[in-house]
Structure formats: C-alpha cells, structure tokens
Design a protein around this ligand. Structure first.
Ligand code: SF4
Length: 325
C-alpha cells in the first residue's frame, strides 16, 4: 500500500505472512499477505474479533515472531535480518505494552527495579542519583508518585499496574510502542484513563504507535489511521476520520453498528447489523472471500476469488468484490 511519501515512514509491512502448523489439521494462516505503513508520530489502530490475527501481526512486526514470508522494515531496516547489535538497539527503540498487566509484571518485584532495569541494560544512566531521578520522573509522568517506587507490584490495582507497565516501556526512551489490547483487561472506568495517558505521552514524546483492540470504540480517539482484520486478512484501512464517515466493507459496517453511542436520540436511529453464521476456522480457510459465510451481500464471485485490498478513494483501502470495477 502506498501513502504520502513526504512523511517519514517509521514501520513498513510488506506482504507479511505468519502461519502456524496445526497437527493433523493443516496450517493456521494467522496473518496472510498483510501490508501497511505507519508514518512517524502516527497511531495505527488495528481491530478485529478474537483470532483474527491482529496480535500475531503486531508481534511479527516487532520481531517476536519470524514471518513465513514478507518483510517488516523499521526505519528502513528489515527487523528480521538485523545483526545482534541492531536487534539490541531495537529493543530500546521499540517497546510493547501488554494486554494483561497482572501477567506481564512480576508481582513480587519492586516498582523501582521494574522501571530501572531497562535503563541499566541499555546504559541510559551513569549513576545512582540520575537513575533515581529518572524513575521518579517516569512515575510522575504516568500518574503515580515517588511513594509507589518501593512497593511490590502485587499491592497495585490493574489500572495502576498498567501505568507501571507503561513507565517500564518508556524507561528506555522508545520511539515506537506496540500496544497489544492494553485496556481490555481493565475495568471500563479505568480504560479511558489509560487511553488518555497513552494519547498524552504520544504527543509529548512524538511516539509512533501500533494499537491493537477488539472493538472500534477503543481505537476511535487514539488512532490516526484504522485497519480492520478478518481471519488473517486486512479488509479495510483508512484515516480514522474517513473510516467512521465512509466505511465500505460489510464487516466494518457491522463492527461500526455495534459501537455504543452516547446520545440516546442518535442511538435510537442507529440500526445494529447482526452478522449471520459463525466465524470459519482459521485452519485452511475458504478459498474465496473469508467473510462470505457471514456477509449479507455475498455474490457468486465471493465464493471463488479472494478480493484484493485496493485503494478505492484517496488512502482508503478495501478488500471486497462490491467495489470491483
Ligand atoms: Fe461480502 Fe463478497 Fe465483499 Fe466478501 S467480497 S465482504 S462476501 S461482498
């Protein structure tokens, strides 16, 4: 997918495939020929139901998985072909915020040590007082205070643990954050606080982000660009503004119809689209459009040929035969 070449491209994904063999069954095509770009300072939100491949895609993008085929270029370099030294540098430039703050932090470790560890590994501080100053600054930045530093992780709530996870990620001065459903394990009342925090940090530090979520209400405010994945394929991608105004793909329309609306008068006029059928198995998926069993607009061609992602209006990409010329 091409995009505005005047801006600097932070991450470029070209035709990425990540498959997993499944004993006696075949191959699970978790990510199948996915391409996109993220410009510096931009946030791409990727949404889709559980099992659509969004997290696998993100993990392959930051080098946690080796791809089947395709390329991931970070600042122009193929991350799967980097030298040991380059990979080490990448672990400071690219950081991850995990989905479950209960599982991603050692409950018996002190908050101070969790935040200081990365700085020590990457030699970002030269003495103890500099380290202490940086840890306290980071705690403050994520809405915690100095008094939290010497407490163990198990003493904190889910929202506070996610703030500690964010401080840990920021401690190595990253340029890119992969946020893997960072709010889905949190209470609804805390989710907005964490999204607002990430949004503020993105602005202050000019971070580039890949933000994974399972529904569109979670990515609405934080994303500059939104992509929708369905069974390993990217089926729609555009700027956030255009995405909410002019959705094209029937799956996107269904996802958007499920987004809650605060205004009761507007909500009354909105029609919810309920999808028919079940999600097919990602192991050996159908050869045509993977959404055809659930799509009310399915045509003969949809059973035969998998639609390609095509640009149907400026920077708005859709994979659906409804828009074939
Ligand atoms: Fe529906 Fe066909 Fe479009 Fe797939 S290609 S989303 S089945 S209309």
């Amino acid at each position: 997918m091409s995009s505005d070449s005047a801006k600097e491209i932070e991450l470029e994904v070209r035709n990425l495939c990540k498959y997993f063999p499944v004993k006696h069954k075949g191959v699970l095509k978790a990510v199948d020929h996915v391409s996109f770009q993220i410009q510096r300072g931009e946030t791409l939100g990727i949404v889709g139901e559980s099992g659509c491949g969004k997290t696998t895609c993100g993990k392959t993008c930051i080098g946690m998985y080796e791809p089947q085929s395709g390329e991931v270029l970070y600042q122009g370099k193929n991350i799967h072909k980097m030298s040991k030294k380059e990979r080490f540098e990448l672990t400071s430039k690219v950081q991850m915020i995990f989905q479950d703050p209960y599982a991603s932090l050692d409950p018996h470790q002190k908050v101070y040590d969790i935040i200081a560890e990365g700085m020590r590994i990457h030699k970002l501080v030269s003495n103890q007082s500099e380290e202490e100053k940086k840890v306290m600054e980071l705690l403050e930045m994520v809405g915690l205070s100095a008094e939290h530093a010497n407490r163990n992780v198990h003493e904190f709530s889910g929202g506070q643990r996610q703030r500690i996870g964010i401080a840990r990620a920021l401690s190595v001065e990253p340029e890119f954050l992969f946020c893997d459903e960072p709010i889905s394990a949190l209470d609804v009342s805390i989710q907005a606080q964490i999204v607002n925090l990430l949004e503020r940090l993105k602005e202050e530090r000019n971070l580039t982000m890949l933000f994974i979520a399972h529904d569109l209400s979670m990515v609405k405010h934080i994303s500059d660009k939104i992509g929708v994945m369905y069974l390993g394929n990217m089926v729609e991608m555009s700027s956030a503004a255009d995405f909410y105004k002019n959705p094209y793909h029937p799956y996107t329309e269904a996802l958007l119809s499920a987004v809650p609306i605060a205004d009761p008068d507007v909500a009354k006029t909105k029609k919810r689209i309920f999808l028919q059928g079940d999600v097919p198995s990602p192991v050996n998926p159908p050869k045509g459009c993977r959404f055809c069993g659930r799509c009310s607009k399915c045509m003969d061609i949809c059973h035969e040929t998998c639609p390609e992602l095509k640009e149907i209006s400026k920077d708005h990409w859709v994979a659906c035969h409804l828009y074939d010329e």
